[in-house]
Design a protein around this ligand. Structure first.
Ligand code: PNS
Length: 164
């Protein structure tokens, strides 16, 4: 039976740190589902369909990401419901710092308690330790250059949608 990992997140937008985590996860698991999920605690910049499209383009343009990665979205309820639906019992979350560990820990225990879904913490390249979607949105909205932090597809998109 193939082992599926779900990499969930807001991905608003996907960053180079996210791609690093996806790339590493794809080397370990048979199948990887990158899942765009609404975070009830955050106001979103991009519609979910746009976020999915940007991840798909970013993956297609990354020659190091193998073909066992698919992109989906979930707005039908709990994240663990998606896992049950596709037969996955592992979530993979990128961890940049102790702050991320503290943020993720209650969710790890809740997802385990709800549906026996385990979470694996993946450390991305420290070169991306300061990169978050939140800061990318902020830098982009104030006219800064985000090309060092996001895949080319996202940089093109943000450039195109920049207010004049
Ligand atoms: O990229 P983010 O914003 O840190 O991702 C957080 C996300 C979307 C994975 C989290 O908000 C989430 O799991 N949302 C689904 C709602 C859910 O299932 N909640 C109950 C268990 S924690």
């Amino acid at each position: 039976m193939s082992k599926i990992a779900v990499v969930p997140g807001s991905f608003d937008p996907v960053t180079l740190g996210h791609l690093d985590v996806i790339r590493r996860t794809a080397k370990i698991f048979d199948e990887v589902h990158v899942l765009v999920v609404h975070n009830p605690g955050k106001d979103a910049m991009l519609p979910i369909s746009e976020r999915v499209g940007l991840i798909q383009k970013s993956i297609a343009e990354d020659s190091e990401i193998p073909s066992n990665v698919l992109v989906a979205s979930w707005s039908m309820g709990l994240l663990v419901d998606y896992c049950t639906e596709v037969g996955a019992n592992v979530l993979v979350k990128g961890i940049r710092s102790q702050i991320d560990v503290a943020y993720e820990t209650p969710m790890v225990l809740m997802n385990r308690s709800l549906a026996n879904v385990e979470t694996v913490f993946m450390l991305p390249d420290p070169a991306h330790a300061h990169v978050s979607s939140t800061l990318v949105r902020q830098v982009a909205s104030l006219g800064g250059d985000v090309t060092p932090y996001v895949p080319k597809a996202v940089a093109r998109f943000l450039d195109k949608t920049r207010p004049v």
